[in-house]
Write a protein that binds this ligand. Structure first.
Ligand SMILES: *Cc1c(COP(=O)(O)O)cnc(C)c1O
Length: 370
């Protein structure tokens, strides 16, 4: 079965092998050397002043970002389940909460964010997804971060890049906290989260908030290549392996370029066979199609063609399907996926199969070199 859900994503064989050794003790020079090398790679990937690894799923990093960087009121952007989560975290911690809500296919506008912060001087942090995975939507994070900083540089910009870090180059000039998770673009099993922090964020964190998720405690330890609590040693070893693999495969620029080309090729292929891309501003992390037969298409893809794609949640349950674009994906696998989608439409009697999806995908992917 081909796993094509936008998280979890498949773990490459060499990464699985690297994680198959005996458990290493975390308070040893051997592990500290691995931690140090991993940190170096992460600085390159994030481009931020500091990076912190946490043994938690992505939501733990979201929670630690909110509690450590928001001391008054959080403005959160809700165009889907993950954006909504930031608001719930703020409320769970007794913080003030202001939300800008849109349909899941609609990105937040810079104007709406500017208006919100002008109307409420209690807002001291904003949290937004770069790629909102619920509908495969790209928010204009860099532009809104710039606009906010021009009005009030003290407002912290928390960017959830769980399906963006490792997908595309992110301009972190005005971002104070950039979040990633292991099981999406980083092609690892779930359980590790990473935060990139600006110097302004570190200043605001001060002595930190909370206990396990106190970022001041982690910053102090991780600068010495160790962790406050037991490190996720196996996942850290896997992370170093995948970051070295990306480097050997041509580096981040090549990864970003390949992802961009593939996402464009898949979107064009699916539009050519009559399908509709759901988000008005699609993220490169996934291809999201809204279709009344979404559930049937997913079932056929799985049963007949061994392709596992994701559906939708909440009100989009049964209304969309999402094809992963994150990671080192072989073109021959993706060619099969778009072909299988066309075959599924023909099974449903919606078109006569003629290989259009495959042709378009191959033309965009390979013909540029011909
Ligand atoms: C998956 C995801 C999360 C949540 O991460 P967990 O690892 O499930 O806690 C948060 N934000 C986005 C955009 C995601 O795609």
């Amino acid at each position: 079965m081909l796993l094509f859900t936008p998280g979890p994503t498949p773990v490459p064989q060499n990464v699985r092998n690297a994680m198959a050794d005996e458990t290493m003790h975390h308070r040893t020079p051997e592990f500290e050397a691995i931690f140090e090398k991993t940190r170096k790679h992460l600085f390159n990937l994030f481009g931020t002043d500091e990076v912190i690894m946490l043994a938690s799923s992505g939501t733990g990093a979201m929670e630690s970002a909110v509690t450590n960087l928001c001391h008054n009121t959080l403005l959160n952007v809700n165009s889907g389940k993950f954006g909504e989560r930031f608001g719930k975290i703020a409320l769970a911690h007794g913080l003030g909460s202001v939300e800008i809500k849109n349909e899941w296919d609609t990105a937040v506008s810079v104007e709406a964010v500017v208006e919100a912060i002008k109307n409420n001087s209690d807002i001291d942090a904003i949290a937004v997804q770069i790629s909102e995975s619920a509908g495969g939507l790209r928010h204009p994070v860099e532009a809104l971060a710039k606009a906010i900083k021009e009005i009030n540089p003290n407002i912290m910009i928390i960017a959830d890049g769980i399906t963006a870090v490792g997908v595309e180059k992110i301009d972190v000039t005005n971002i104070d906290c950039l979040i990633a998770g292991s099981q999406k673009a980083l092609m690892l099993p779930p359980g590790l989260a990473i935060l990139g922090l600006s110097n302004a964020a570190i200043e605001k964190i001060g002595s930190g908030k909370g206990y396990y998720f106190n970022l001041a405690t982690e910053i102090k330890n991780q600068r010495k290549n160790t962790t406050a609590w037991t490190a996720a040693t196996t996942l850290t070893i896997g992370l170093l392996e995948i970051l070295e693999t990306i480097e050997k495969d041509g580096g981040l620029e090549k990864l970003y370029k390949d992802t961009e080309t593939r996402a464009q090729a898949v979107n064009s292929a699916l539009v050519a066979i009559g399908l509709h891309i759901y988000p008005k501003t699609p993220a490169q992390s996934m291809t999201t199609v809204d279709d009344e037969d979404a559930s049937k298409i997913r079932k056929i893809l799985e049963k007949e063609f061994s392709v596992n794609v994701a559906g939708g949640q909440d009100h989009l349950n049964g209304k969309i399907f999402r094809i992963n674009q994150m990671g080192l994906i072989p073109n021959y696998e993706m060619a099969w996926v778009v072909n299988a989608v066309e075959l599924a439409l023909s099974r449903l009697g919606r078109r006569v199969y003629d290989g259009t999806a495959n042709r378009i995908f191959n033309e965009i992917t390979f013909n540029k070199e011909a």
